[in-house]
Design a protein around this ligand. Structure first.
Ligand code: ATP
Ligand code: LTN
Length: 333
């Protein structure tokens, strides 16, 4: 083994990926592939914490893989697999459930948020979701977990669980660190810009799906909620500017230019000009990804072969950690 560090991350195939998922997560993965050993999963087991339509879940899982590849993550250089293809995740999650406190899980923002949105189905899986996520990460002796800001609380609890386990049994798990993008870590809803852009938002105008038609993308950006001040200026923490702050972050993130630089271009101009330019920049970023995605989706076998090969590597790497855990807790192996 060389001394490259290990990266692990994943996304739930719970809906069409949004611009938030792309700018907050996937795009930084593309830049990591040369310098790290990268493992990315389609997190189907997490997805069923909220009710899914089985045929859709199956379709979206492969679409997610096609999107990873279309965004520029090379399947020859990185490991891609479907979480449910490696039973070690469920096995380690059971063990770690016994090393996680109810009180810790009750504090999780995502749990509070999802249980209020799905009040009819507050299931135990939703509650222990962070434990499965900790298992995902810890099984691979991960160094860094590139995610958007909303997931940092889950990384923290993962570190706490790992440290607790290590303090009892010695150095079993590597303690992972979260990795945030410099811009784009927190893309907000286009309709309620104080809330994060989310692929499961019931209002499709609130998010840009990576599978939206180009004219739909442009329309959604042009109808994004802003304010009545008419000044294109970034004001951190000012909720009345949340819409413009968000569009500036998006523009800065897709063009690679500093936020202030972008804002300077619009001194004395109105929101109409600004929104039209943001729309064009986003459309031009999405267009080639969409074309590549359409091409990849035609060849299902290519995609399922990648999953099969990935699952084999994932099982091999994670098997070592799971065996060590079983031995430490006293299971006969
Ligand atoms: P859901 O609405 O189903 O909870 P989601 O859109 O929040 O889904 P996830 O699957 O939870 O998406 O997230 C996948 C990755 O994308 C994570 O790393 C997450 O931090 C990142 N991400 C999600 N939404 C945003 C956002 N609005 N801005 C930046 N990053 C985001
Ligand atoms: N909870 C994450 C998805 C996820 C994940 C992971 C991300 C599940 N397991 C392990 C990084 C590492 C989410 O909702 N974005």
């Amino acid at each position: 083994m060389d001394d490259k560090k290990i990266i692990f991350s994943g996304i739930q195939p719970s809906g069409n990926l949004t611009l938030g998922n792309y700018l907050g997560a996937i795009r930084q993965w593309v830049n990591l592939q040369n310098d790290y050993h990268c493992i990315y999963a389609m997190m189907d087991m997490h997805t069923i914490t909220v009710r899914q339509t089985p045929a859709e879940l199956r379709r979206r899982t492969l679409e997610l893989l096609a999107l990873y590849i279309a965004c520029g993550i090379d399947p020859e250089e990185n490991i891609f697999f479907i979480q449910s293809h490696n039973s070690a995740h469920a096995e380690l999650a059971w063990v770690l459930n016994c090393y996680t406190y109810m009180g810790e899980l009750q504090r999780m923002t995502q749990f509070k948020d999802k249980s209020s949105r799905h009040a009819e189905n507050i299931n135990a899986g939703l509650f222990t979701y962070p434990v499965l996520m900790a298992s995902d990460i810890l099984l691979y002796q991960t160094d860094y977990v590139p995610v958007g800001k909303d997931q940092m609380q889950h990384i923290e609890i993962c570190r706490d669980i790992a440290q607790r386990f290590n303090s009892i049994y010695g150095d079993v798990f590597k303690i992972p660190e979260g990795m945030l993008p410099k811009v784009g870590a927190n893309i907000m809803s286009l309709q309620e810009p104080t809330k994060k852009m989310s692929k499961s938002d019931p209002n499709p105008k609130a998010y840009i799906s990576m599978l939206d038609d180009m004219n739909v993308i442009a329309k959604k950006i042009k109808s994004a909620v802003t304010d009545s001040e008419g000044v294109v200026e970034y004001r951190e923490g000012d909720d009345t500017k949340a819409g413009i702050n968000n569009l500036l972050s998006i523009m800065s993130s897709v063009t690679g230019r500093a936020i202030d630089d972008v804002a300077n271009d619009y001194a004395g101009k109105g929101y109409g000009d600004f929104k039209a330019d943001v729309a064009e920049a986003v459309v031009e970023t999405m267009r080639p990804i969409r074309a590549e995605f359409d091409r990849l989706m035609v060849d299902k076998k290519y995609l399922t072969d990648i999953c099969a090969k990935g699952a084999e590597s994932a099982r091999r790497i994670s098997g070592r950690t799971l065996a060590k855990v079983y031995k430490k807790v006293g299971f006969v192996i």
